[in-house]
Design a protein. Sequence first.
Lengths: 332, 338
Amino acid sequence: MSQPLLDIRGLAVTIPTRDGERAAVSNVDFTVDRGEVVGLVGESGSGKSLSMLAVMGLLPRQLHVSGSIRFDGVEICGAPERRMRSLRGRRIAMVFQDPMTALNPVKTIGAQITETIRLHNPTLSRAEVKARALALLEIVAIPAPERRFEQYPHEFSGGMRQRVVIAIAIANDPDLLIADEPTTALDVTIQAQIMEIFARLREERGMAVVLITHDLGLVAGLADRMSVLYAGRVAERGPVGPVFAAPRHPYTAGLLAAVPSIDDVAERLYAIPGTPPSLGDRPEACTFAPRCDFAVPLCRTSEPALTRVGSALVACHRAGELSLSDLPRKGT
Amino acid sequence: MLKVVVRRLLVMPFLLLGIVTATFLLAQFTKGNPLISIIGARNLDNAEIVAAAKARWGLDGSVPERYATYVWNLAHGDLGTSFRTKQPVLTDLAQRLPATLELVICAMIIGAVGGIVLAIVSAEFKNTFADHLARLVALLGSCLPVFWLGLIALFLFTVQTQMLPGPGRLDIRAVPPPAVTGFMLVDTLLAGNWGAFVDALRHLVLPALVLGWSVMGIITRMVRASMLDVLGQDYITMARAKGAGRLRVLIHHALANALIPALTILGFTFAYLITGSVLVETIFSWPGIGSYAVDAARSLDYPAITGVTIIGGLGFLIANLLTDIAYAVADPRMREAG
């Protein structure tokens, strides 16, 4: 197999705090192949967004990034700003979580779309740029693009704004699209429309997508593979089908169990007990152990390495022995 | 938006009337006798002269009577005659206002550009040496008294190094250009007198710098705060994710938003400077409104005092109106709002 489009190895992000450097992301491995959709799943604060901002080189200066991030075979971790700038918006693009705040309120939609085209295609004429921007608005199914072009973000609904954000992201036909919770802030019906746009883009343009989300439904619907992050570390990663069918990590199993299902007659929804550890409180052991029903003494003293179990990689000391697919439905 | 402007314009006369009333009353209750400056202290014992002067200058009626007369005249565009210069106040003001405006506009440009640049540097390099230095520079201007700064500036640049000319608007020996606009920089150019233009510009440098530096602090502080707020917004990350360079993000994306809340302070500062330039005008012998106000106050020249106050009040009202209009221009969300 050829080299992956994005190949992250041993990524760590540390945040300076009053008590010294704290690792928000540690030892994360993550790959994305061309044209592939990978789900990056985890709770808030699990390091999903930080990892992907690290790929873009957009983390605040105070945060320290180490490890290796290879994009299309080239190391970009710590690459000079000039090089990152030519990648951003051209080969790697990003869709943000909240369309209400992702667009500049004082610039017209047209100006914001054409900006990204012009930044990376300085030789195009004004008319060419505008034609391309209007075509983009049509791709993301915004009606009356000519009129919308001159309008400001506040004249758009949330769903329409997210379409604009997507239009900006795909303006230069990027190889990799990082979508950070692209539908979290939207209504359910709008969510479906937005996901449809993603599916189509991938189909028609062969764009690889990293889908950052805590919504397992989205992952099931769109992704080929998934990585589950917990407290800044990879808990489990593998092809979506097998992981859904037979999760190997108790945390993954817990997440899956927490998804309510129509057939579920249980009176109470399942919730993983406890809360994720805070930044300063991440022991050199399994970080999930304090919340895990299956923890043994070993889990509290040593950190499990990612090991292959079936088609997945799992960071759990007991991955081989546990059968978790029927874990949660406690009520039934 | 137009509705707002019209409404503001309609309210303006009433606000001005309030300002006039307050100033008129305050002047009446001030201890002191304006007749001293009109006829001189020696003639105060001469009842005939006093009565004649009172009648001539409208000081013989009761306070309400005089107030009514004043407002009536004011409504007809007559601000009275100055006790001191014996000229219509309107003429005095018309002669002196351009000098102040010229100074204030230059000071404002220096203060605003300097303040905004310092704010951008200090927001971009928050909590670094550059940030501290930028804020110190801005703060010093606000802290050091203007009269002291003015004197030091004159000492350093005029007396010691002789790099710049001393007080006044033009060299004393120079023949001023015919007054067309009253703005020395414009009039010298209109007269085609390049040498005089340079001379006027050189005269402007020190007072404008001192006055501009004195307002730089508050502008820096406001713009820095709103820049920091804006720089944390998603659309800034988004702009960087598009591949925009740091400078483009700062100016094109961040400043365009950060200046909106700062418009208020810019408008306010401008209005404040119109009457707040007193000290600088005094030190640099600048023949503007400020020095006129000082002279008027010294001689209890009621019409002149009220006249200056009206100019100051009008300055604030106009600055407010312009700020509102600027808001609408800068922020598309404000345009439709009634």
